[in-house]
Design a protein around this ligand. Structure first.
Ligand SMILES: Cc1cc2nc3c(=O)[nH]c(=O)nc-3n(C[C@H](O)[C@H](O)[C@H](O)COP(=O)(O)O)c2cc1C
Length: 328
């Protein structure tokens, strides 16, 4: 049996294969972020692909303040639960498991969309190119605001579970809020949420503990982890290995590896597994499953990444976006 077809457990959830569809934002919801028929149709086509055992749906905003873009999927209000349930049922009907990705965009939010001045760990311009959000200077988050942000993640996780999702993924990659706390390029705080790596992961640890308390022991929690910025002065692969252990100890069931401030691409790299230097280093350091996406285009690309122990699961993003019947 090839490795791509081997089953694997994530926090007690059995998947019948090692290919996942990572989150790909479609921005096809209505203006309030409610699921539309277009969104369901788009996911149904990919969920029918016999190689895909897990879909992680596109980043959803957990609060108005953390909304990145118009027509982004919402997990911010109870009234979105019915639409999410419809989406989950559609994907389940194709025999595929599904996680919800939960996100706060931080300074990557657009002021005209999130209504207020975007917030961030520190008042610095996001070093992301092309610019995310409107590229304006964010307001530094007061320490007293942090419990509210943690609580917004908890409420969004509760909604995802109520909608029938098989698990949740906390977004800490691609320059969004939790990535901004983790990266030394964007976190210049002098309180206990800045400075050391452990401090830069404090909000993550608080969110994971609080979400775990809400969803219970048996419910998978993944972190989309932009562990390395691949930029001068940014987070490094060494940081990602230490951070991965911290996230594991905090109770995460899956680490879904991607880029940090470089986002989901890597300058000068288009080969299959262009983040595998990070994912393989993380994989040797933790006992939970590790996924990697970036550059894999074929089943044999994925098989090779698994064979060489670069990851336990492989994300196929743009290839599935382009062709829902990928490799069938
Ligand atoms: C149009 C587009 C939208 C994306 N949206 C998200 C998202 O919502 N959340 C996320 O974590 N990653 C997002 N990504 C990154 C993908 O999940 C994936 O990591 C990336 O496409 C690299 O994998 P690939 O080479 O297989 O496409 C997006 C990528 C693209 C191209």
């Amino acid at each position: 049996m090839s490795l791509v077809d081997k089953s694997i457990e994530i926090g007690g959830l059995k998947l019948e294969g090692r290919i996942l569809m990572p989150p790909i934002a479609t921005y096809q919801c209505d203006e309030n972020g409610m699921v539309t028929q277009n969104v369901c149709d788009y996911y149904a086509k990919r969920a029918k692909n016999s190689h895909v055992s897990l879909i992680i749906t596109e980043h959803s905003f957990i609060s108005q303040q953390g909304k990145a873009k118009e027509k982004q999927l919402s997990s911010a209000e109870d009234k979105c639960i019915d639409g999410l349930k419809n989406l989950v049922d559609t994907i389940h009907a194709c025999g595929t498991k599904v996680f919800a990705q939960l996100n706060h965009a931080g300074s990557a939010a657009m002021q005209k969309v999130c209504i207020i001045t975007p917030i961030a760990p520190s008042s610095v311009i996001l070093p992301v190119k092309p610019a995310l959000g409107d590229g304006s200077l964010p307001r530094e988050i007061a320490k007293t605001e942090i419990p509210g942000i943690v609580n917004d993640f908890v409420k969004a996780a509760r909604r995802a579970k109520e909608a029938g999702y098989d698990g949740v993924e906390i977004h800490s990659a691609h320059g969004y809020l939790l990535n901004q706390f983790y990266s030394p390029l964007t976190n210049h705080r002098i309180d206990e949420y800045g400075g050391s790596l452990l401090n830069r992961l404090r909000i993550h640890r608080e969110i994971i503990h609080a979400v775990r308390k809400e969803v219970g022991k048996e419910y998978p929690i993944s972190v989309r982890f932009g562990g390395c910025d691949y930029m001068n002065g940014g987070s490094t692969i060494e940081d990602s290995v230490i951070a991965a252990k911290v996230l594991e100890q905090s109770g995460v069931d899956l680490l879904n590896i991607s880029g940090g401030m470089c986002r989901y691409t890597r300058n000068g790299h288009t080969e299959s597994g262009y983040f595998k230097d990070m994912s393989s280093a993380v994989k040797t350091a933790v006992n939970i499953p590790v996924a990697v996406a970036g550059g894999a285009r074929s089943l044999s690309d994925a098989e090779l990444l698994l064979q060489e122990q670069s990851a336990d699961l492989v994300g196929i993003g743009r290839a599935l976006l382009k062709d829902p019947r990928w490799e069938e």
